[in-house]
Design a protein around this ligand. Structure first.
Ligand code: NAD
Ligand code: UDP
Ligand code: UDP
Length: 319
């Protein structure tokens, strides 16, 4: 029986939703976080739950706990955040993963790695199936993240082959929703914050590059299904296979917020992938999972969250 679940990065965007869902299922949850990009605000509402525990800890250091399952989400996820301290980012992916794999090995816990669609780099195969090995620049400014995540996948599979460990690897595609950090520089948070304030919408490049956006509740559901599926190691793509250009996204956000914002064009960051869409056949076949929240619906829920955050901030400034 699964008694205690460790969620690293539990104070972050995805981690806080995961902790909340697991607690709602009656599980004991330990959240480990160094609060580098996460925040106590994301988990304060869980604080009084007797089944919830918070530990401030950096996973680059060893961790001794008795647990049954581990979700390893600790890692900055947005390009702005992971490029602030690239060495720390790669260490978190490599040293951090080794420590958690060591913990899982000692406790015989099942361990799931939050990997990413970034392992496919700037893909030449479209949509991306799990069998595609990717096209990644090993020395670029994104490599601390994408090569770090690739190395973490190697570690998970080597611990699996060498020690027979019970591992899971989820390749997560762009996910959005309430509790995204308003300043993380990701496209959904940027566009919504800009549109709500009638500021220019910053399009990088010509805006024809594409992404596929998954609403957070769907993603968390996929993670839990993968963790609890017997005989599915992965990697498994988790995301939404609706594909949109950044121009289309900007237009949707402007219309849903009824904003006066205009588009402004800026240089494309280095190694920015031109297209991305998950092939979801493996997730559907092995986990019986498909995303259910359409982009407009998910954007509306996210816009409500950011609007409330802005109101709160403005009130605080007035006081
Ligand atoms: P986030 O930045 O909101 O959350 C990451 C959390 O990890 C934060 O709370 C941060 O403080 C914590 N953390 C970072 N380094 C740590 C360390 N060394 N020790 C302990 N805690 C540490 O990001 P997120 O969007 O919630 O992403 C969570 C995970 O999912 C990440 O591993 C990310 O790579 C992966 N992922 C996310 C997306 C997405 O679109 N959100 C896509 C692909 C993969
Ligand atoms: N580790 C940990 N908690 C544990 C067990 C191990 O943090 O409960 C860390 C420890 O730092 C160790 C690493 O995980 O170095 C890898 O463990 P493993 O058993 O693979 O290797 P070793 O102990 O031989 O270094
Ligand atoms: N992007 C953009 N304007 C912004 C922020 C991002 O046009 O204000 C673009 C970015 O160049 C990329 C896409 O939106 O092509 C998704 O960026 P994000 O950082 O959200 O995710 P990732 O590149 O990691 O998929």
């Amino acid at each position: 029986m699964v008694n205690t679940i460790l969620v690293t990065g539990g104070a972050g965007f995805l981690g806080s939703h995961l902790c909340e869902r697991l607690l709602n299922e009656g599980k004991n949850v330990i959240c480990v976080d160094n609060f580098s990009t996460g925040s106590k605000d994301n988990i304060m509402h869980l604080h009084d739950n007797p089944k919830f525990e918070i530990i401030r800890h950096d996973i680059n250091f060893p961790l001794y706990l008795e647990i049954d399952q581990i979700y390893n989400l600790a890692c900055p996820a947005s390009p702005v955040h992971y490029q602030l301290d690239p060495v720390q980012t790669i260490k978190t992916n490599v040293h951090g993963s080794i420590n958690l794999l060591g913990l899982a090995k000692r406790t015989k816990a099942r361990i799931l790695q939050a990997s990413t669609s970034e392992v496919y780099g700037d893909p030449e195969v479209h949509p991306q199936p799990e069998t595609y090995c990717g096209k990644v620049n090993p020395i670029g400014t994104r490599s601390c993240y994408d090569e770090g995540k690739r190395c973490a996948e190697s570690l998970f599979f080597d611990y699996h082959r060498q020690y027979g460990m019970d591992i899971k690897v989820a390749r997560i595609f762009n996910t959005y929703g309430p509790r995204m950090h308003p300043d993380d520089g990701r496209v959904v948070s940027n566009f919504i914050m800009q549109a709500l304030q009638n500021k220019e919408i910053t399009i990088y490049g010509d805006g024809n590059q594409s992404r596929s956006f998954c609403y957070v509740d769907d993603l968390v559901d996929g993670l839990i299904r993968l963790m609890n599926a017997e005989n599915v190691v992965g990697p498994v793509n988790l995301g939404n296979d609706g594909e949109f250009s950044m121009r289309e996204l900007a237009e949707k956000v402007i219309s849903l917020t009824d904003s006066n914002s205009k588009l402004s064009f800026h240089p494309l960051p280095m190694d920015d992938p031109r297209q991305r869409r998950p092939d979801l056949r493996r997730a559907t076949e092995k986990l019986g999972w498909t995303p259910t929240v359409a982009l407009e619906e998910g954007l509306m829920r996210t816009i409500e969250y950011f609007a409330a955050q802005l109101e709160h901030y403005n009130d605080a400034v007035v006081i």
